[in-house]
Design a protein around this ligand. Structure first.
Ligand code: NAD
Ligand code: MG
Length: 301
């Protein structure tokens, strides 16, 4: 294993905390496997320390096999939560690593593969997660689809549809199915992006879905706060995950990925996880409807 780990708690210069460009070219077909990335991302496997913030909570993380979702799943388990993860069947090997990491904390791990583009699957995912966990206190919607295209003329209706189904429709279907099961104090955490506000020309469909997620988060938060449920979003900048080398970027951009940020490096999934934890736990009790950036210095507007 060629994983970059860092002590997340030792004071240090964030510019040099993690690998900086250049990175090797490394194309994979989507959705890609985290285990084939070089260098492998840091999801906090060896570093994240829990403090009991989520003791006894029941969490579902979509996209929990890899990247930001894996980092959130590991952190939730270390904070004391039982965790169900969803992912695509072809990601089973990445998912099994996460299952082992959750179980290593003495927490219950539930693996539920399936395609979020399918409404019936989204409904059953919530049902299966609720049954297996004995309830649902945290829904972290992290799954996402991102395929770069140079020009609108190359963006097919099929891709546009799949990006919206995965990033927006699934969010709607999952939240709709989950809310009736959620007790007061429960939280929903969505995953937006810097692209919500500052769209790249190669990400016309993706950036539009991420802007939709910010509005969805605000509107849903104002509905469900009546039930004591909070809804927030995390908006990452460039994070070193398999989303990028599996056609999320024009592949010539992979070697310098993250170099455009003031920190001159991509973020790691482990640098996103603490925000998911903060928004999931009761310490953020007066925060709802907000979107928080993890951008390496390109602030959200
Ligand atoms: P990732 O590839 O590790 O995670 C994305 C996950 O989405 C996959 O693991 C897969 O399980 C899931 N997924 C995709 N299509 C699916 C489908 N049809 N059904 C079920 N699951 C599906 O990459 P990541 O970067 O960790 O992405 C996580 C989230 O972070 C996404 O929403 C992405 O848009 C967002 N994000 C990433 C970055 C970045 O630079 N990596 C920046 C901003 C936002
Ligand atoms: Mg994956």
């Amino acid at each position: 294993m060629n994983r970059n780990t860092s002590n997340q708690y030792a004071m240090q210069n964030p510019l040099t905390q993690y690998p900086q460009p250049e990175f090797p070219p490394q194309h994979q077909p989507e959705p890609g496997l985290d285990s084939k990335m070089a260098p492998e991302p840091d999801h906090g496997e060896e570093s994240y320390v829990g403090f009991g913030r989520l003791a006894g909570r029941k969490a579902l993380v979509t996209g929990g096999d890899s990247g930001i979702g894996r980092a959130a799943a590991i952190a939730f388990a270390r904070e004391g939560a039982d965790v169900a993860i969803n992912y695509l069947p072809e990601e089973e090997s990445d998912a099994q690593q996460v299952v082992q990491l959750i179980q290593a904390e003495g927490r219950r791990a539930v693996a539920i593969p399936g395609d979020l583009k399918d409404e019936a699957f989204c409904v059953s995912l919530i049902k299966v997660a609720v049954e297996a966990l004995g309830g649902l206190d945290i829904l972290a919607n992290v799954a996402g689809k991102q395929i770069a295209q140079q020009h609108i003329s190359e963006l097919t209706t099929e891709q546009f549809d799949h990006t919206f189904k995965t990033n927006v429709y699934a969010l709607f279907w999952l939240c709709k199915a989950a809310v009736p099961h959620m007790p007061p104090g429960a939280t929903i955490i969505n995953t937006a992006s810097i692209q919500s506000y500052d769209p790249s020309k190669t990400l016309l469909d993706y950036a539009s879905t991420k802007a939709a997620i910010v509005a969805f988060t605000k509107a849903l938060s104002s509905q469900v706060i009546e039930q004591g449920i909070r809804v927030n979003a995390v908006a990452p900048g460039p994070i070193w995950t398999v989303l990028q080398p599996s056609d999320g970027q024009p592949q010539e951009k992979i070697p310098t990925f993250g170099s455009q940020t003031p920190m001159k490096r991509p973020g790691q999934p482990a640098e996103c996880a603490p925000l998911y934890v903060m928004l999931a736990c009761q310490e953020s009790s007066y925060i709802t409807g907000e979107t928080f950036g993890v951008t390496g210095g390109n602030p959200l507007p």
